[in-house]
Design a protein around this ligand. Structure first.
Ligand SMILES: Cc1ncc(COP(=O)(O)O)c(C=O)c1O
Length: 382
């Protein structure tokens, strides 16, 4: 792996910034002799629930596992008679859809908003009016790139159709909709602490969160073999426990999250002004949303391979970029053709695929480095 002068993301910089606290947290767990669940996990679950302002947080091994647990806790899983349908977007990490399938449900993929990156309520409404065979069970919006989805309209559709709402908050720690944090709207919220996330572990880790005490009990049982008490499986569950090492690291990092998000927002604001006037679409801001910029995603016009040429130009200047994601789920080899024919083709999703480019963004990216990225992009268009 080549090291770029300015990487697209830099989890190591986050670790080094907090090395003393993180090393101490790791040493504490190692010395405790307790390496599965226990006090460290409980302490982080309590701190995370308090931070989110929600009743219960239940750790999991990853964000993908958190989504599977959430669906299963809602009774959404395999069915011999009528498959359970879960409505989500194709423009997401493949993890969202993989988790739905692993729960035993059938994903129904809808489009993103024109010019935006999150679930289009109009596309969702159309899919709910004319669903594929099965029982509509849940809506699973993704707050992609750190921007909340159109929650008011989506919640209204969930209520009208009697569906569960599960939020995919893997990229939206600290984002808010009308001042209320993402993750506090749905029946259950699912977080990933993949190392590059706004709140990142130093390995795999995830979390579910809910205000419903019964769902919290189900989540706890399901994550450990369906154990109602030790060695007594009240239902069939899985093994996806939050690692106490990761819990201790995350507990050390949580108090910094608000400041880290602020630093990401500052980088985004610098890009906004530095890139203004270029033939690019910059990320929009919705008045009702607090965007926490897990990614800063620009759109280059789809013709003449502009996006790819800009990416190559930046790479030759030692600047890393990303494409989140190069191929939407419904066009992936593993999924193509399996979720219906998409006669309308999810046009906004497919358009985004050829235009999106994620610029470097992380809390430690300073003004000089940000300005260098801006200058190189300006040079490309000169
Ligand atoms: C939108 C989204 N959903 C789900 C996940 C899955 O999380 P994890 O990698 O922790 O399994 C991720 C992260 O990779 C993600 O970005």
């Amino acid at each position: 792996m080549t090291t770029l002068a300015i990487p697209q993301t830099d989890p190591r910089a986050g670790y080094l910034e907090q090395k003393i606290e993180i090393d101490a947290a790791i040493a504490r767990v190692l010395a405790s002799g307790h390496y599965i669940l226990g006090a460290e996990v409980e302490a982080f679950e309590a701190a995370f629930a308090a931070w989110l302002g929600i009743g219960h947080a239940v750790g999991a091994g990853s964000g993908t596992d958190a989504i599977e647990l959430a669906l299963r806790a809602c009774g959404i899983g395999p069915s011999a008679k009528t498959p359970a349908l879960v409505f989500t977007v194709s423009h997401t990490a493949v993890a969202t859809v993989a988790a739905i399938e692993r729960a035993g449900a059938v994903p129904v993929l809808v489009d993103i908003e024109p010019g935006g990156f999150t679930m289009d309520p109009a596309s969702l409404a159309a899919a709910l009016r004319d669903p594929p065979p099965g029982r509509p069970a849940a809506i699973l919006p993704v707050h992609l790139y750190g921007e909340p989805a159109a929650l008011a309209a989506i919640l209204e559709l969930a209520r009208r159709h009697g569906l569960r709402l599960i939020e995919d908050c893997a990229q939206s720690h600290g984002a808010a909709y009308h001042g209320r944090p993402t993750g506090s709207f749905g029946d259950i919220a699912c977080f990933s602490f993949y190392p590059t996330k706004n709140l990142g572990a130093l390995g795999d880790a995830g979390m579910t969160a809910t205000d419903d005490p019964e769902l919290a009990v189900s989540l706890r049982e399901l994550r450990e073999y369906g154990w109602h008490e030790r060695y007594v499986s009240a239902r069939s569950g899985i093994n996806t426990r939050l690692d106490p090492l990761q819990a201790a690291i995350l507990a050390a990092r949580l108090p910094r999250l608000a400041d880290d998000n602020l630093r990401r927002q500052r980088v985004a604001a610098r890009y906004d002004s530095g890139l203004a006037g270029l033939p690019l679409a910059l990320p929009g801001r919705r008045a009702e949303c607090t965007h926490v910029f897990h990614q800063y995603v620009i759109r280059a016009p789809g013709h003449d391979r502009q996006r790819d040429r800009l990416r190559e130009h930046l790479r030759s200047a030692q600047i890393g970029t990303g494409i989140h994601y190069p191929v939407p789920v419904h066009l992936q080899p593993a999924y193509q053709g399996r979720f219906g024919e998409f006669p309308a083709g999810l046009p906004e999703t497919t358009r985004a695929m050829g235009e999106i480019l994620s610029l470097p963004i992380y809390p430690q990216l300073g003004p000089d480095a940000t300005d260098r990225v801006i200058a190189e992009i300006r040079r490309f268009f000169e």
